[in-house]
Design a binder for this molecule. Structure first.
Ligand code: GSH
Length: 204
Protein backbone atom coordinates (compact mmCIF):
# COMPACT_ATOMS: atom_id res chain seq x y z
CA UNK A 1 0.00 0.00 0.00
CA UNK A 2 1.06 3.57 -0.53
CA UNK A 3 -0.31 6.52 1.42
CA UNK A 4 -0.30 9.89 -0.32
CA UNK A 5 -0.08 12.56 2.36
CA UNK A 6 0.72 16.17 3.10
CA UNK A 7 2.65 16.77 6.34
CA UNK A 8 0.29 17.42 9.26
CA UNK A 9 -2.82 17.32 7.05
CA UNK A 10 -5.79 15.08 7.80
CA UNK A 11 -3.90 12.24 6.11
CA UNK A 12 -1.90 12.01 9.35
CA UNK A 13 -4.84 10.09 10.86
CA UNK A 14 -4.66 7.30 8.26
CA UNK A 15 -0.87 7.31 8.66
CA UNK A 16 -1.20 6.83 12.44
CA UNK A 17 -3.73 4.03 11.96
CA UNK A 18 -1.50 2.21 9.47
CA UNK A 19 1.25 2.28 12.08
CA UNK A 20 -1.13 1.19 14.86
CA UNK A 21 -1.97 -1.94 12.81
CA UNK A 22 1.65 -2.66 11.93
CA UNK A 23 0.76 -2.59 8.22
CA UNK A 24 3.44 -2.57 5.54
CA UNK A 25 3.09 0.65 3.57
CA UNK A 26 5.02 3.35 1.73
CA UNK A 27 4.58 7.10 2.05
CA UNK A 28 4.56 9.56 -0.84
CA UNK A 29 4.36 13.27 0.02
CA UNK A 30 2.13 15.43 -2.17
CA UNK A 31 3.40 18.93 -2.86
CA UNK A 32 1.40 22.13 -3.34
CA UNK A 33 2.01 21.68 -7.09
CA UNK A 34 0.30 18.25 -6.87
CA UNK A 35 3.49 16.48 -7.82
CA UNK A 36 4.51 13.76 -5.41
CA UNK A 37 7.88 13.25 -3.81
CA UNK A 38 8.38 10.17 -6.03
CA UNK A 39 7.64 12.26 -9.13
CA UNK A 40 4.06 11.09 -9.77
CA UNK A 41 1.27 13.34 -11.03
CA UNK A 42 -1.11 13.25 -8.06
CA UNK A 43 -4.07 14.61 -10.07
CA UNK A 44 -3.75 11.65 -12.44
CA UNK A 45 -3.83 9.24 -9.51
CA UNK A 46 -6.57 11.08 -7.64
CA UNK A 47 -8.52 13.69 -9.62
CA UNK A 48 -10.00 14.99 -6.34
CA UNK A 49 -6.54 16.42 -5.71
CA UNK A 50 -6.72 16.09 -1.95
CA UNK A 51 -5.19 13.77 0.63
CA UNK A 52 -5.46 11.20 2.07
CA UNK A 53 -5.34 8.81 -0.86
CA UNK A 54 -4.43 5.20 -0.29
CA UNK A 55 -3.16 3.13 -3.18
CA UNK A 56 -3.92 -0.53 -2.58
CA UNK A 57 -1.54 -3.29 -3.61
CA UNK A 58 -3.51 -3.90 -6.84
CA UNK A 59 -3.09 -0.22 -7.80
CA UNK A 60 -6.59 1.00 -6.96
CA UNK A 61 -6.65 4.41 -5.29
CA UNK A 62 -9.18 4.96 -2.49
CA UNK A 63 -9.96 8.29 -0.83
CA UNK A 64 -12.03 9.87 1.98
CA UNK A 65 -10.78 9.90 5.56
CA UNK A 66 -13.60 8.05 7.26
CA UNK A 67 -13.62 5.28 4.65
CA UNK A 68 -9.84 4.82 4.84
CA UNK A 69 -9.90 4.73 8.64
CA UNK A 70 -12.53 1.97 8.56
CA UNK A 71 -10.62 0.09 5.87
CA UNK A 72 -7.36 0.14 7.81
CA UNK A 73 -9.13 -0.89 11.04
CA UNK A 74 -11.07 -3.71 9.37
CA UNK A 75 -7.92 -5.05 7.73
CA UNK A 76 -6.51 -5.84 11.19
CA UNK A 77 -9.39 -6.48 13.65
CA UNK A 78 -6.90 -7.61 16.34
CA UNK A 79 -5.71 -4.01 16.61
CA UNK A 80 -9.21 -3.19 17.91
CA UNK A 81 -9.38 0.17 16.17
CA UNK A 82 -13.04 -0.35 15.27
CA UNK A 83 -15.73 -2.76 16.45
CA UNK A 84 -17.27 -5.27 14.02
CA UNK A 85 -19.70 -4.00 11.39
CA UNK A 86 -23.35 -4.44 12.30
CA UNK A 87 -22.80 -3.90 16.03
CA UNK A 88 -24.19 -1.00 18.05
CA UNK A 89 -20.62 -0.07 19.01
CA UNK A 90 -19.68 0.30 15.32
CA UNK A 91 -22.79 2.37 14.67
CA UNK A 92 -21.81 4.77 17.48
CA UNK A 93 -18.18 4.93 16.34
CA UNK A 94 -19.25 5.68 12.76
CA UNK A 95 -21.54 8.42 14.10
CA UNK A 96 -18.59 9.97 15.89
CA UNK A 97 -16.37 9.64 12.80
CA UNK A 98 -18.81 11.56 10.62
CA UNK A 99 -19.26 14.18 13.37
CA UNK A 100 -15.49 14.72 13.45
CA UNK A 101 -15.35 14.87 9.66
CA UNK A 102 -18.23 17.21 8.97
CA UNK A 103 -18.36 19.31 12.13
CA UNK A 104 -14.77 19.53 13.39
CA UNK A 105 -12.46 18.79 10.44
CA UNK A 106 -14.50 20.93 8.07
CA UNK A 107 -15.11 23.41 10.89
CA UNK A 108 -11.40 24.26 10.72
CA UNK A 109 -11.46 24.82 6.95
CA UNK A 110 -12.40 28.54 6.96
CA UNK A 111 -9.50 29.22 9.33
CA UNK A 112 -7.00 28.08 6.69
CA UNK A 113 -8.18 30.85 4.37
CA UNK A 114 -5.66 33.71 4.70
CA UNK A 115 -8.36 36.13 3.51
CA UNK A 116 -10.74 35.33 6.40
CA UNK A 117 -12.07 38.41 8.22
CA UNK A 118 -11.95 38.81 12.01
CA UNK A 119 -15.74 38.27 12.13
CA UNK A 120 -15.44 35.18 9.97
CA UNK A 121 -12.70 33.83 12.21
CA UNK A 122 -14.75 34.46 15.35
CA UNK A 123 -17.80 32.76 13.82
CA UNK A 124 -15.73 29.72 12.78
CA UNK A 125 -14.15 29.46 16.25
CA UNK A 126 -17.55 29.83 18.01
CA UNK A 127 -18.93 27.05 15.85
CA UNK A 128 -15.92 24.82 16.53
CA UNK A 129 -16.18 25.55 20.27
CA UNK A 130 -19.78 24.35 20.33
CA UNK A 131 -18.57 21.06 18.79
CA UNK A 132 -15.64 20.73 21.22
CA UNK A 133 -18.08 21.27 24.08
CA UNK A 134 -19.78 18.02 23.07
CA UNK A 135 -16.44 16.21 22.93
CA UNK A 136 -15.54 17.61 26.36
CA UNK A 137 -18.84 16.22 27.71
CA UNK A 138 -18.12 12.83 26.15
CA UNK A 139 -14.73 12.71 27.90
CA UNK A 140 -16.13 13.95 31.22
CA UNK A 141 -16.70 10.45 32.64
CA UNK A 142 -12.91 10.03 32.79
CA UNK A 143 -12.52 7.80 29.74
CA UNK A 144 -9.10 7.89 28.10
CA UNK A 145 -10.34 7.83 24.52
CA UNK A 146 -13.52 8.78 22.70
CA UNK A 147 -15.11 5.34 22.85
CA UNK A 148 -13.67 4.22 26.19
CA UNK A 149 -10.27 2.86 27.19
CA UNK A 150 -9.39 1.57 23.75
CA UNK A 151 -7.63 3.75 21.17
CA UNK A 152 -9.81 3.79 18.04
CA UNK A 153 -9.97 5.28 14.54
CA UNK A 154 -11.88 8.31 15.79
CA UNK A 155 -9.11 9.13 18.26
CA UNK A 156 -6.52 9.33 15.49
CA UNK A 157 -8.88 11.56 13.51
CA UNK A 158 -9.83 13.91 16.34
CA UNK A 159 -6.19 14.17 17.42
CA UNK A 160 -5.07 15.06 13.88
CA UNK A 161 -7.55 17.85 13.28
CA UNK A 162 -7.30 19.21 16.83
CA UNK A 163 -3.55 19.46 16.36
CA UNK A 164 -4.27 22.29 13.89
CA UNK A 165 -5.51 24.42 16.80
CA UNK A 166 -1.86 25.18 17.66
CA UNK A 167 -0.92 26.49 14.23
CA UNK A 168 -4.25 28.31 13.76
CA UNK A 169 -4.17 29.78 17.27
CA UNK A 170 -7.53 28.35 18.32
CA UNK A 171 -7.63 28.51 22.11
CA UNK A 172 -8.93 25.22 23.50
CA UNK A 173 -8.13 25.96 27.15
CA UNK A 174 -11.87 25.92 27.93
CA UNK A 175 -11.74 22.20 27.12
CA UNK A 176 -9.22 20.67 29.55
CA UNK A 177 -10.31 17.11 28.85
CA UNK A 178 -9.76 17.63 25.12
CA UNK A 179 -6.31 19.04 25.85
CA UNK A 180 -5.46 16.06 28.09
CA UNK A 181 -6.71 13.76 25.31
CA UNK A 182 -4.31 15.45 22.87
CA UNK A 183 -1.39 14.83 25.23
CA UNK A 184 -2.41 11.21 25.76
CA UNK A 185 -2.64 10.51 22.03
CA UNK A 186 0.62 12.37 21.30
CA UNK A 187 2.44 10.00 23.64
CA UNK A 188 1.50 6.89 21.64
CA UNK A 189 4.38 5.31 19.77
CA UNK A 190 2.51 5.10 16.47
CA UNK A 191 1.67 8.80 16.73
CA UNK A 192 5.25 9.79 17.54
CA UNK A 193 6.57 7.64 14.68
CA UNK A 194 4.05 9.07 12.20
CA UNK A 195 4.83 12.66 13.24
CA UNK A 196 8.57 12.05 12.95
CA UNK A 197 8.11 10.44 9.52
CA UNK A 198 6.12 13.49 8.34
CA UNK A 199 8.79 15.86 9.68
CA UNK A 200 6.40 17.41 12.22
CA UNK A 201 8.61 16.62 15.21
CA UNK A 202 12.18 15.51 15.64
CA UNK A 203 13.18 12.09 16.91
CA UNK A 204 14.19 12.21 20.62
N1 GSH B 1 -13.50 14.81 1.89
C1 GSH B 1 -12.08 14.60 2.10
C2 GSH B 1 -11.42 15.93 2.45
C3 GSH B 1 -9.93 15.76 2.61
C4 GSH B 1 -9.23 17.10 2.84
O1 GSH B 1 -9.84 18.06 3.32
N2 GSH B 1 -7.92 17.12 2.56
C5 GSH B 1 -7.12 18.33 2.69
C6 GSH B 1 -6.06 18.18 3.77
S1 GSH B 1 -6.75 18.01 5.40
C7 GSH B 1 -6.36 18.57 1.40
O2 GSH B 1 -5.78 17.65 0.84
N3 GSH B 1 -6.32 19.83 0.96
C8 GSH B 1 -5.53 20.19 -0.18
C9 GSH B 1 -6.35 20.50 -1.35
O3 GSH B 1 -7.61 20.39 -1.28
O4 GSH B 1 -5.75 20.87 -2.35
C10 GSH B 1 -11.86 13.56 3.19
O5 GSH B 1 -12.57 13.58 4.20
O6 GSH B 1 -10.93 12.73 3.04
Amino acid sequence: MKLYYMPGACSLATHILLRETGATFELDRVGRDKKTESGADFMALNPKGYVPALQLDDGEVVTENVVLHGYVADSKPEAKLAPAHGTRARLKQDELAVFISTEIHKGYSPLFNPAITEDGRKAAIDRLSSRYKLIEQLLSDGRSYLTGENFATVDAYLFTVTNWSNMLKVDLSAFPKVMAFQKRVTARKAVQDAMIAEGLIKAA
